[in-house]
Design a protein around this ligand. Structure first.
Ligand code: FAD
Length: 504
């Protein structure tokens, strides 16, 4: 334990992580802090990260960001899930939606009843019983008091960062422009004392948040925290990103399209699309990957393709001494399930809950690290699941993914489901049971059994049960407007006089 009182917080880096932390800490800690954010315009941000998961609604609500303004200022659209194309086999697809599917009992989820109904020849496809999934397929979306869809957003992350910056500065955060040259450590305990900038400025602090992206200047560069490398489970280590025009109404879902090596994302905003290819350089040359992406973007590109390099894994400690790594500086799993912005938010939420009253306690640091590691490892397992269950035989990259050794935790969850259809959500897993069910079945696992409780329904009762759910789903989906039309309606409600309004 150190005896420094935490009064001055220094955030290094002004990407999504930096400004999200600045906005949250300046508004939600509950006591007055002096917060300084250092960023370098010349270095810039990673410039990707446009798809989210539903947890983003929580931080937006805590920060009191009105949804219409948010949609307007970030060129946002709504997201009901991810459509995985060619992942199991070429030409096949499934949707991982954010919603619940059907209705289960306390003892067994809906999929147990669905498996029984299917055995009796009484079930349609699993997705037919999920409102969000059917709405996504129908490209419909709406928010009303009569139904509540689970949804997230597609957004322009740069504009979101600008929005959060205005909010943070309005709450007293001081922004310092400049390049960090050195991180000064206290000789006695190794804690960070100050950041020295190239232009001679010196920024002192008690608590430092490392949001310097893949550089991890504080947590790795200065504190040598160490890194758990996960590339033996998640071998992708390169991406090309390019923006394009959008020639169709924005779809309310992200597309993740598997190719011979890796996969392509397609994220529709209001007037453009974000596109990218994630791949492993051991299986494909960079220029071949670049061309593969360009060949598969249907519209005119509006930016030059940008290369990004990464190593999948996590920092050994998220909180080390008086430094918390947030965002890409803390590690990177994979953009496949759009979890990075969520993970930033998660780090911030735990920090808000554990923010030092006075000094930094070792027990708090330990608890913070335990929680974040557990959640990161669940997300890792979920993403590895998509890769390893492929049946793309003959593609060396996919053969490698199918045959690689897996984390024990994942092997157990797959076996449990395969044998008994059982799936339980550990406390720190952001993905609910239905997410695992959709992906495990979408990637080809057919459970050998199901819970006995599903036998309790007679064939007549089962027919009525399944048809009733399908009817409710169809009724709700039929009542929703087209997604593009809903976005336009919402834009008309945006408060253009809001002081946080930004020019696009
Ligand atoms: P950055 O955006 O890199 O910001 C780093 C900041 O540090 C910048 O302000 C920079 O100027 C500053 N900095 C660095 N060095 C210095 C220095 N010496 N001096 C001063 N300042 C410095 N996430 C999602 O949630 N959804 C997605 O769909 C998604 N897709 C992704 C696709 C790819 C290929 C990748 C790589 C990531 C993706 N992510 C996604 C992750 C997402 O992009 C990041 O989590 C998010 O942008 C936060 O980045 P960051 O703020 O940690 O880092």
């Amino acid at each position: 334990m150190t005896q420094r009182n935490v009064e001055r917080v220094v955030i290094a880096g002004g990407g999504t992580a930096g400004w999200m932390a600045a906005a949250a800490l300046s508004r939600l800690v509950g006591r007055k802090l002096s917060i300084t954010l250092v960023e370098s315009e010349e270095i810039g941000t990673v410039g990707v990260g446009e798809a989210t998961i539903p947890t983003i609604l929580t931080i937006n609500r805590l920060l009191q960001i009105p949804e219409p303004d948010f949609i307007k200022l970030t060129s946002g659209t709504f997201k009901l899930g991810i459509r995985f194309e060619n992942w199991l086999r070429e030409g096949e697809h499934y949707l991982h939606s954010f919603g619940d599917t059907g209705k289960g009992s306390w003892a067994a989820g809906f999929h147990h009843f669905w498996l029984r109904a299917r055995e009796l020849g009484l079930a349609e496809e699993y997705g037919e019983y999920c409102t969000e999934l059917k709405a996504a397929e129908a490209e419909r979306f709406g928010i009303s008091s009569e139904h509540s869809l689970n949804y997230a957003y597609h957004l322009d992350a740069t504009k979101y960062g600008m929005y959060l910056r205005k909010m943070a500065e309005a709450s007293g955060v001081k922004r310092v422009e400049g390049k960090i040259a050195t991180v000064e450590l206290c000789p006695s305990d190794g804690f960070i004392e100050a950041l020295s900038l190239e232009d001679g400025q010196r920024v002192e602090g008690d608590l430092f948040i490392d949001c310097t992206g893949f550089r991890a200047l504080l947590s790795e560069g200065a504190l040598k925290t160490g890194f758990d490398d996960w590339s033996h489970w998640l071998p992708a280590n390169r991406a090309w990103a390019v923006q394009s025009e959008l020639s169709e109404a924005p779809k309310p879902y992200t597309r993740a399209i598997a190719h011979k090596v890796g996969w392509q994302w397609r994220i529709p905003l209001q007037h453009r699309a974000g596109n990218g290819l994630v791949y492993c350089d051991g299986f494909m040359e960079d220029d071949v990957a670049r061309q593969l992406l360009l060949d598969n973007v249907p519209e005119k590109t509006i930016t030059e393709p940008r290369p990004i390099r990464f190593t999948t894994g996590q920092r050994k400690r998220y909180w080390n001494k008086n430094c918390i790594a947030l965002g890409l500086s803390s590690g990177f799993i994979e953009p496949l399930e759009s979890t990075s912005i969520h993970f930033i938010q998660n780090g911030i939420m735990w920090l808000l809950m554990m923010f030092p009253d006075t000094v930094i306690e070792d027990s708090t640091v330990q608890e913070y690290n335990t929680k974040l590691r557990a959640e990161a490892e669940h997300i890792r397992d979920f993403i590895v699941l998509h890769y390893t269950l492929n049946e793309r035989h003959g593609d060396p990259f996919w053969d490698h993914c199918r045959n690689m050794a897996l984390p024990d935790t994942l092997t157990h969850r797959m076996e449990l489901f395969r044998q008994s259809a059982r799936v339980f959500k550990p406390q720190d897993d952001v993905f609910a049971e239905n997410s695992w069910v959709q992906v495990m079945m979408g990637q080809g696992i057919t459970p050998a059994g199901y819970h006995n409780i599903a036998q309790a329904l007679s064939p007549e009762q089962m027919t009525a049960f399944m048809k009733g759910i399908q009817h409710d789903v169809a009724k709700t989906v039929g009542s929703l407007p087209p997604h593009g039309a809903f976005v336009q309606t919402l834009l008309q409600h945006a408060n253009t006089r809001d002081s946080l309004h930004l020019k696009s």
